[in-house]
Write a protein that binds this ligand. Structure first.
Ligand SMILES: C[S@@+](CC[C@H](N)C(=O)[O-])C[C@H]1O[C@@H](n2cnc3c(N)ncnc32)[C@H](O)[C@@H]1O
Length: 451
């Protein structure tokens, strides 16, 4: 059997500048041998056992081309070698018998031909090639990388490469390690493309628009967003204390929940409002821009005094709404109207608290949350106490120890032991010795009353 013939199709070593990628530096011409054959014989050559390992098989390069000297009369079957002497004897013999002769054929390779990894290998010095940062995360049209210090001198080359090789990318940023302490916004620097940070991102069938440089967004929380939303009943009221631009709030509202969504960052609040409107859930979502502590202390009473509308089915997309309206018109059915017997919603069923660094410290705000006004039946409304879903970090890696640690800190803030419906969920490992958890529990009645 023939052995594989070597052909060096790697890009030339990059000698260009580091502050911008000189694409013209990536050119290579391969002069390979090719076998001239009549058109009806190309299939036979491509299948010949004698030529195994000797035929052209570079990605994106055709192995049969028309013969420039006789375009209508013959074809060239390309070989993966530059020198005849490198072909195995069995291939030489076969080509001598079965073809009309061998001719040189030029293949021109350029920047567009090579993959991101191929090019990275030539622009980085030898010691940085292993572990080269070809991967990135996407939010809308923005690709973001988190470059280690040793790769920083090559950041513009890496950025340009990501931009050029990925059609959906328009902007490439390098996330810096610093993070805005309060609003959890990453500092970032532009390393390629447009300085346009307003993204449109889709998650859980909802459309989110936001300024990636001004608000918190983490696509890795997608499954956690879905997990909690799945837990809610469509007629529940959900209060999101640290709502960001709405990744819990909006999908919950789309399934029917009434939502009270709060975020202290004015930029998050602005996009939260836009996302509420864009996803057609303005009738069931109220937004707030308050400190989480104040929100927790006042929201139960506010909702009680001014309830949200009754559950009226899941929200439909704009196209589905139009379709339903047309169908109703054609069939002479009245448009869906609110269900007259359903009750307006005035009891919060769930609180979400995704600010893992400090959310536990906000739990003491629940003390006396229902004490607000003893005449107004707030306590009667809360015959069933709300569930709290509080995200947090722990340095305990053993699940049992992690639960003990989290429970202790939660109970300290509540000033009471947890009683009912307590569960712990490991959300993700954020560092080798740091885990993110979500503890869910029913607010002890004594805490709400403030005893
Ligand atoms: C980790 S992010 C979570 C955002 C969103 N829930 C999500 O899952 O993507 C925490 C959010 O809390 C907001 N935040 C920080 N401190 C706050 C406070 N004291 N009161 C209300 N919101 C706050 C931040 O602006 C940020 O949007």
């Amino acid at each position: 059997m023939s052995s594989r013939v070597f052909l060096d199709a790697s890009p030339p070593s990059y000698q260009g500048p580091k502050d911008r990628l000189d694409k013209s530096a990536f050119h290579k011409t391969l002069t390979v041998l090719s076998a001239r054959v009549p058109p009806n014989k190309t299939g036979q050559l491509l299948k010949a056992r004698e030529l195994k390992g000797a035929l052209m098989d570079l990605p994106k390069i055709r192995s049969v081309v028309s013969d420039p000297e006789n375009p209508n009369g013959s074809r060239l079957v390309l070989l993966r070698t530059v020198k005849y002497s490198e072909l195995p004897p069995v291939a030489q013999e076969y080509l001598g018998k079965e073809t009309q002769g061998l001719v040189n054929h030029e293949i021109k390779l350029d920047y567009d031909y090579w993959s991101t990894d191929d090019i990275l290998q030539t622009i980085l010095p030898g010691q940085l090639r292993e572990g080269a940062p070809s991967g990135f995360a996407m939010t809308g049209h923005i690709a973001h990388v988190n470059l280690l210090e040793e790769y920083l001198p090559y950041k513009y080359l890496i950025g340009q490469l990501i931009l050029d090789k990925n059609k959906k990318v328009r902007t490439v940023v390098n996330k810096l390690d610093s993070i805005h302490a309060q609003f959890r916004v990453f500092e970032m620097e532009l390393i390629a493309g447009d300085p346009d940070y307003i993204v449109e991102h889709h998650e859980s069938d909802c459309r989110f628009t936001f300024d990636f440089s001004q608000v918190y967004w983490n696509s890795r929380l997608h499954t956690e967003h879905e997990r909690l939303v799945r837990m809610f009943e469509p007629d529940d009221v959900v209060a999101d204390v640290f709502a960001g631009v709405g990744p819990f709030a909006i999908p919950s509202a789309r399934k029917g929940c009434a939502v009270l969504a709060n975020d202290l960052n004015p930029a998050s609040h602005k996009y939260l409002e836009k996302n509420v409107a864009d996803n057609g859930v303005s009738d069931r979502v109220r937004t707030f821009c308050e400190d989480g502590r104040e929100f927790i202390q006042t929201i139960a009473k506010q909702l009680h005094d001014d309830p949200l509308p009754p559950f009226n089915g899941p929200a439909l997309s704009r196209t589905r709404r139009e379709k339903e309206r047309r169908r109703a018109r054609l069939q002479h059915i009245a448009d869906a109207t609110p269900n007259p017997v359903a009750k307006s919603r005035k009891r919060i069923c769930h609180f979400i608290m995704n600010l893992p660094d400090t959310a536990i410290l906000f739990l003491n705000a629940f003390r006396g949350m229902l004490k607000a006004d003893e005449d107004d039946n707030l306590l009667d409304t809360y015959e069933v106490m709300p569930m709290i879903h509080c995200h947090c970090f722990t340095r305990e890696m053993d699940p049992e120890k992690a639960e003990v640690d989290i429970r202790k800190r939660v109970e300290e803030q509540l000033g009471a032991p947890l009683e009912e419906d307590v569960t712990f969920h490991l959300v993700r490992s954020v560092a080798p010795n740091k885990e993110m958890y979500c503890i869910s529990f029913r607010l002890p009645r004594a805490v709400g009353i403030g005893r």
